[in-house]
Design a protein around this ligand. Structure first.
Ligand code: APR
Length: 311
């Protein structure tokens, strides 16, 4: 059986475990600093599995040794946003937490592929890759599947069409300047630009960009977790089943779209080796300008990180 370790057994971590257990993909380990909590959640989830007929071993622990020989490590440890906070406000606190999670897990799971979810997402993925000195194939950030799923959900709400017919592609940093590609996003092959009136489409784009904030403002005590966790589970499945699935994720850019030495949301192909390939779009001038603007703000966050941590 494959093994997936989830670091941080809070809302996103435990919900990721839930989605993963339902897929019966791998044995699961939940690690958290809070004593008893990952053990309790792990046991509760294990006790649910007879009801849904899934055979998965689930272990909760406060000790990173439990992650031994994991195929995938998913990092969700860290603080979530509160109302009024941007994802970037989390940098200092989460850099320390993610740095520790990355280096400790590598000791026990030297071959693992990392999926990083903690915000600010692009920068935390960069930190994980640099601290652990990993090739870019082995570190992927979760953001694009989530942002694209939000856009798909909003298009479905607007049109009444099945989400299965709706494909949306959101690239760029996981912040307010993310780039929903309206020209390439489509309903059964028809560009959203042709399917929806301009004002409706613009409203969907704006709601997508602020999708995370909308949930933070409603929850008041934390940030979204069902959809981010479902996105992590899809990534883990694509990797373990060697699906060669093309999905939007944050990947280390090495010249793609003219960007270098940074993590950024792009289409990637996921398979057993992790991030197999970056799939580039031919963007028009307006799309490229939006992407460049988003890249500039992500790069700024990477620079702020480099002032905090020696990497
Ligand atoms: N090692 C392991 N776990 C840790 C550590 C650490 N050093 N520090 C904190 N944690 C744990 C907390 O104890 C908590 O259980 O991380 C967990 C985070 O869970 P929540 O507070 O419920 O936050 P969550 O909503 O899951 O968000 C976590 O994911 O989507 C991002 O922006 C979000 O950065 C945030 C992260």
């Amino acid at each position: 059986m494959n093994k997936i370790s989830i670091i941080g057994a809070g809302m996103t971590g435990s919900t990721t475990a839930h989605w993963l257990a339902e897929r019966e993909l791998a044995d699961l380990v939940l690690v958290d600093v809070v004593e008893g909590m990952p053990q309790g959640k792990g046991l509760d989830l294990a006790e649910a599995l007879p009801i849904v007929n899934k055979d998965v071993e689930i272990v909760g622990s406060n000790d990173y040794a439990a992650t031994k020989n994991s195929d995938i490590v998913i990092i969700t440890a860290g603080l979530p946003r509160k109302p009024g906070m941007s994802r970037d406000d989390l940098l200092t606190a989460n850099a320390e937490i993610v740095g520790k999670a990355a280096t400790e897990t590598l000791k026990y799971a030297p071959d693992a592929i990392y999926i990083v979810l903690t915000n600010p997402l692009d920068t935390m993925a960069y930190l994980t890759m640099k601290l652990n000195k990993l090739p870019r194939e082995r570190v992927i950030g979760q953001a694009g599947i989530l942002d694209s799923a939000r856009m798909r959900a909003f298009v479905a709400m607007e049109t009444g069409v099945s989400v299965e017919n709706i494909q949306c592609y959101v690239l760029g940093g996981h912040g307010d300047e993310m780039v929903p590609l309206t020209r390439l996003s489509n309903i059964a092959g028809i560009s959203l630009k042709d399917y929806l009136p301009a004002d409706k489409l613009e409203a969907i784009v704006n709601r997508t960009r602020k999708g995370g904030g909308e949930i933070v403002n409603l929850l008041k005590t934390g940030s979204a977790y069902y959809a981010p966790a479902a996105a992590c589970a899809q990534m883990a499945e694509a990797i373990l089943k060697d699906k060669h699935l093309i999905v939007p994720c944050a990947a280390y850019m090495d010249g793609e779209y003219g960007l270098k030495d940074m993590f950024f949301g792009t289409q990637v192909q996921l398979g057993r080796k992790g991030m197999e390939k970056i799939v580039e779009y031919k963007l028009d001038a307006d799309e490229k300008a939006l992407l460049d603007k988003s890249a500039a703000s992500v790069k700024e966050m990477h620079e702020a990180l480099k002032k905090l941590v020696k990497i």
